[in-house]
Design a protein around this ligand. Structure first.
Ligand SMILES: Nc1nc2c(ncn2[C@@H]2O[C@H](COP(=O)(O)OP(=O)(O)O)[C@@H](O)[C@H]2O)c(=O)[nH]1
Ligand SMILES: [Mg+2]
Length: 400
């Protein structure tokens, strides 16, 4: 797995991208399709490894689960509320995107273990960045750990956890100002770190019980900005769909691959389908549309988990779903039916293809297969992203 990770970087991916465009300019669709296959294979192999570390009881394991959209008692969840006795690094893959793994690193940053020894033991090099968690002020161990990470030229983020507890306690006071309370905690943590010679790092306030609150969206955005392109994609697809902003950026991320998939579906192993005038590779469409569905949190488990967190019923959430894809299992039959109805309107698509696809001329040669699949992907992405958006709005409004 490591070798794959080391093999792919932004430069190589942009080389494949240029090759695709070059082939399209030369009207060589077969070559373009082959290159697209390489490209998609490579981006599907990109790994994201996030290390979560900090003292026992700080909320690491809870965070590892929440980050993957899981509850503590789900299958594959990291055990929480247990006393950590070893410093074994445990990898917890995302249930739907196993290329994204969150590592629970107990022990590092506790007095028993020296940070530099621990980091060597867990092969720090595999991590894209570190999250250092503390439920109080950051201690000397957290700081020496951060310095070790810095030496290795890796990024780290400080997370002050269990903010819900602080807010609840402060909320009992008569003069409660939530924004002020949060700012006080933030400044206190930053000052502590500065006093120990760590520059002025950002500290993100979070609750592992509800990532939609406080600074998690900020943390997500920072990670996104600081990751290289190909890794950013993995983060965006796998991150739980908990804010409207994330919903929007997920949609953008999917959009960038739409035309590549449409070329591929219409060119490689395109199989004529009964009752359909075009030849497409339906399995590509099924795979991608299923990804949309999960990324926007529209599956039953995700809706249930949103309902639990936000005190709304699953029924209320389901009531706002509009896409016909929601009532069904997304499989070949469903997609073929959609294609059949989409093919009828394929003539009207030239105008959006012009604006969003490079080397449009040669793609026009791919004709109706390309247009129809592109239209389909766009339609499904729009519908499912809208549904994701509306479900979130419903949950947020119920909490106002
Ligand atoms: N109120 C609150 N409790 C939390 C939060 N995160 C973790 N906990 C609780 O703190 C305890 C330790 O959490 P755990 O994730 O096992 O910490 P770890 O030892 O660092 O892995 C458990 O009882 C958790 O339920 C949080 O954000 N808010
Ligand atoms: Mg733990």
């Amino acid at each position: 797995m490591n070798s794959i990770m080391e093999n792919i970087d932004d430069k190589e991916l942009s080389l494949v991208q240029r090759e695709i465009e070059e082939a399209l300019k030369n009207n060589n669709l077969t070559t373009a399709a082959g290159k697209i296959q390489d490209y998609l294979k490579e981006i599907n192999n990109v790994e994201l490894n996030i290390a979560v570390t900090g003292e026992t009881g700080s909320g690491k394991s809870t965070f590892v689960n929440a980050f993957r959209g899981m509850k503590d008692n789900d299958d594959g969840a990291a055990p929480t509320g247990v006393v950590e006795t070893t410093m074994d690094a445990n990898a917890y893959p995302h249930p739907k995107y196993p290329n994204m793994q969150v590592w629970d690193l107990p022990g590092i940053g506790t007095a028993t273990f020296k940070p530099e020894e621990c980091l060597q033991k867990v092969e720090f090099d595999r991590f894209d960045f570190f999250i250092i968690v503390s439920s109080e002020r950051f201690r000397a161990n957290d700081i020496s750990l951060a310095k070790e990470i810095q030496k290795m030229k890796k990024k780290f983020y400080f997370v002050r956890s269990k903010i819900d507890n602080d807010i609840r306690a402060e909320g009992r006071k008569e003069k409660f100002d939530k924004a002020k309370t949060l700012e006080t905690i933030r400044q206190y943590c930053i000052k502590g770190l500065e006093d120990q010679g760590l520059g002025s790092p950002k500290v993100f306030l979070i609750s592992g019980f509800d990532l939609g609150l406080y600074d998690f969206p900020d943390l997500e955005e920072t990670m996104e900005i600081e990751l290289p392109d190909h890794k950013r994609h993995v983060l965006l697809l796998s991150i739980p769909n908990i804010t409207l902003k994330i919903n929007k950026r997920k949609k953008e991320a999917f959009k960038t691959n739409m035309w590549r998939l449409a070329i591929l579906s219409g060119t490689v192993a395109a199989i004529p389908l009964p009752g359909l005038s075009i030849a497409v590779d339906v399995s590509i469409l099924v795979f991608e549309i299923q990804r949309y569905y999960h990324a926007f949190g529209l599956d039953d488990e995700s809706l249930q988990s949103l309902a639990n967190r936000m005190n709304v019923s699953v029924k209320e959430l389901k009531a706002v779903l509009k896409s016909p894809l929601n009532q069904k299992k997304i499989n070949k039959d469903v997609i073929v039916k959609l294609l059949q109805s989409a093919a009828l309107t394929a003539v009207t698509m030239a105008e959006f293809l012009l604006s969003s696809v490079p080397a449009f001329g040669s793609i026009a040669a791919a004709g109706i297969s390309f247009s129809t699949t592109y239209y389909m992907l766009r339609k499904c992405l729009n519908e499912l992203a809208d549904d994701g958006h509306n479900v979130l709005m419903t949950a947020l409004m119920a909490n106002e």
